[in-house]
Write a protein that binds this ligand. Structure first.
Ligand code: ZN
Ligand code: ZN
Length: 350
């Protein structure tokens, strides 16, 4: 079968590899749609980050070249021995986290914080940028017939957004701010809507992304036009309850803190490449607090239900659909060059 494998920075190759089969405890999935994620892009331009390059990943036993793609939907075409909850024909999405099950985090049920955590589609075990994937039964979630496969491909990134809001101190009726309206920032807007936000402020520079955020119902603040902090503090009458940092830009963290009211929270959703300087008094003098999240845990079923109610809409967030043989030029390169792209979906089927 055809698969896109990461060999190195700017070196993604479409190759013919052996089709996986459903071994014991696994199901074989025919991939319908797979989204290109921000972390895939990072691996492409500045990797390896999550991809094991020189030594095998402890849980998959694999290293580069690995098949990429961890945001995918598809249909089960084969089930292995011992599989009880899934059957051939089921429409599914994969929760692509490998965890050891033995470390302290795993013992606490916080499998996304596992010492050896790895992603299917980055750490080995196949990936969604190929025609078929074989995955452990416990990583697979069914989606209802009412959800399209395109919508299913958005479950994984939406889970990050929902986990961020659920892990924060946000309460129904609260006001919130989102810094950065890239794909995850836009999904955080949806997670906040689903959580009953009364006002959602979004700070974003790009014209296209501002438009998308407004389309989703957010109050858009352009930092070129206004002092974003002052504008949000004024309009929200004293600041928001929670500010979500989704840019990874050091100077933005400072602004995010200052937009929160007393006792407010800054929730960091992005991965930072550099240190970000803040004055501790920003936290201390208003008894604010700061927290962060990585990935998600135990939220896929909730995301799927919320999608069934119309949240995280694929028709507004998917900006391009392409075939696997176009994935580098029309997918990865397009995301680097075209700011109006939100989510690009790839179909590995011929
Ligand atoms: Zn992702
Ligand atoms: Zn573990």
């Amino acid at each position: 079968m055809q698969a896109l494998r990461w060999h190195g920075v700017k070196d993604l190759r479409l190759e013919t590899i052996e089709e996986p089969s459903a071994l014991e405890g696994k199901v074989k999935i025919k991939v319908e749609w797979c989204g290109i994620c921000g972390s895939d892009l990072h691996e492409y331009v500045a990797g390896p980050i999550f991809i094991p390059q020189n030594t095998e990943h402890p849980l998959t036993g694999e290293k580069a070249p690995v098949v990429m793609g961890h945001e995918f939907s598809g249909q089960i075409v084969e089930v292995g021995a011992g599989v009880t909850k899934l059957k051939v024909g089921d429409r599914v999405v994969v929760e692509p986290i490998y965890a050891c099950g033995k470390c302290e985090a795993c013992k606490q049920g916080k499998y996304n914080l596992c010492d050896d955590m790895g992603f299917l589609g980055l750490a080995g075990g196949g990936g969604g940028f190929s025609e078929y994937v074989s995955a452990d039964e416990h990583m697979v979630h069914k989606i209802p017939d009412s959800l399209s496969y395109e919508q299913g491909a958005l479950v994984e990134p939406s889970a990050v957004a929902l986990h961020a809001v659920r892990s924060s101190q946000f309460k129904v009726g609260d006001k919130a701010a989102v810094f950065g309206a890239g794909p995850i920032g836009l999904l955080v807007i949806e997670a906040l809507k689903a959580s009953g936000a009364s006002e959602i402020y979004v700070v974003e520079l790009s014209e296209e992304r501002k438009q998308k955020a407004a389309e989703l119902g957010a109050i858009v603040i352009d930092p070129k036009q206004f002092d974003a902090v002052e504008e949000i503090r004024n309009r929200s009458e004293g600041g928001v309850s929670v500010a979500f940092e989704v840019t990874g830009v050091p100077v933005v963290l400072k602004q995010a803190i200052d937009t929160t009211k007393l006792g407010g929270q800054i929730m960091i959703v992005s991965i930072f490449e550099k240190e970000a300087a803040i004055h501790p008094n920003q936290i201390v003098l208003k008894e604010r607090n700061m927290a962060g999240i990585i990935g998600y845990r135990d939220v896929f079923p909730s995301v799927i239900s919320l999608m069934d109610q119309g949240y995280f809409p694929a028709d507004k967030l998917v900006t391009k659909k392409i075939k696997l043989n176009e994935v580098v030029e029309q997918g990865f390169e397009a995301l680097l060059k075209e700011k109006n792209q939100v989510k690009i979906l790839v179909s590995p089927q011929q």
